[in-house]
Design a protein around this ligand. Sequence first.
Ligand code: GAP
Length: 508
Amino acid sequence: MARPQGSELMEKLVALCKRRGFIFPASEIYGGINGFWDYGPLGVQLKNNLRDRWWRDLVECPPIGPDGTPLDVVGVDSSIIQNPKTWHASGHVGGFSDPMVDCRVSKRRYRADHILVYRPTEGADIHPSYAFLEGQTDGMAKKMKKALRGAALEERFETVALVDLPLDAYALIIGPDATEPGTLTEPREFNLMFKTFVGATSGEDNVAYLRPETAQGIFLNYKNVLDTSRVKMPFGIAQVGKSFRNEVTPRNFIFRSREFEQMEMEWFCAPDEAAQWYKFWTQHRLEWWKSLGVRPENLILREHDSDELAHYAKEGEGTYDIEYAWPFVQGFGELEGVAHRGNFDLKQHQEHSGTKMEFFDPNTRERFVPHVIEPAAGLTRGVLLLLLEAYDVDDNRPSPELMRFQPRLAPIKAGIFPLTRKDGLPEVARKLYMELRQDHVCQFDEKQSIGKRYARMDEAGTPWCITVDHDTLSDQGVTVRDRDTGSQQRVALDQVARFVEDGLKQGV
Ligand code: GAP
């Protein structure tokens, strides 16, 4: 069987994630809760590995800048709940919303800007118009063809965005989950921030928000970092952590959820250097994703159209998205945004808090509020990318599904097996396991046949299976099986640690 594509790939992947303990629906025993997911033993390990790789490559060992010296980047870990004035200043209380429409019959709610409509072209005698959600094109076309009894679709219909249609057209539109026209409400703006209350009373005075992005916690600490660490302009502050958005239509597994994790960096620089840094970071971030083994043809850079720009994006400079070929979108969809935020955020916080955000450059003796370039990636969305890139099928194996993670990102690096549970083999294998686990996540497994143990490790994406057999007792060697090729080689027991170490460096 060939590797599945599109919705079939997603179905298989979601099933494997559940079966093997990568990702579970949150509060499953109570029927789940839409837009929330839990990470199981393999999933949390994979997520941590991606997070650690980002942190290592950006904060602990930052990239080399255009002048050949390492850049200055430091980390912070700020509170999820901040003073609510933060979100007034940042524009999120006023402007962080999506347009949504409700279906009066199906009771479903949709992002208005995600709905497309098949509309009769001028002169076509067919009514009404059919609405569908982005990414459902194939299914929708089939439904339409059936309704038209095979007549050529394209000649009589065109696709338009719902938000581009006048409100009086809504009476003729059949919603994505409806059978009769006229059930969609007109779009309303819906603020995406989760509200909560701080303290014992729950009045308007105690309202606080769960952060919808990690970025603001960085802006709030910009002065603290500048005053207490040895960073010099230009420099970056990075943060990884949870963000919360009450998404109108969470979907596509962990792609768009209501609780997720971000990996963001704010790069502070002189205004006249911002354009150059913007180019630098856009390119650098694209290359970074490729360095994780993502197939280059699955990644593109796309500039936002002017009507897509976030409220903080600097006019004329725009925002680039690094996009991935997700199986549920036509073409490509967002993985990471790289935005030129200008000095919007620092100026807003300066104004709302009264704290000066200026930087004094001792060389030029100039004062300025720094401009900011922001590479903002989704950690959990990145996990979905790694899962999709890794998923493969090989019918020549005991269990055909396998995950081809880059070894450094794999949740388990090596499986260690005694061939049988007697003749002293478990003792030797356990000794090797105790040695390897000092430096790597390994699993000792002596249950069932070797074939079944290989299959378990293939599905977990473990790059190497190491078997202690009867020959080990005489030749002091073990058999190492490679996940990707299935090939086996003999490695001396005292060289196994070095073998794994070398293997982990591949592709780095
Ligand atoms: N500070 C800028 C910012 O938050 P964004 O484009 O809204 O920008 C950055 O978010 C990244 O966070 C996105 O590229 C995506 O990877 C991830 N992300 C955003 N919303 C998400 C959601 N609801 N579920 C999962 N990941 C999300």
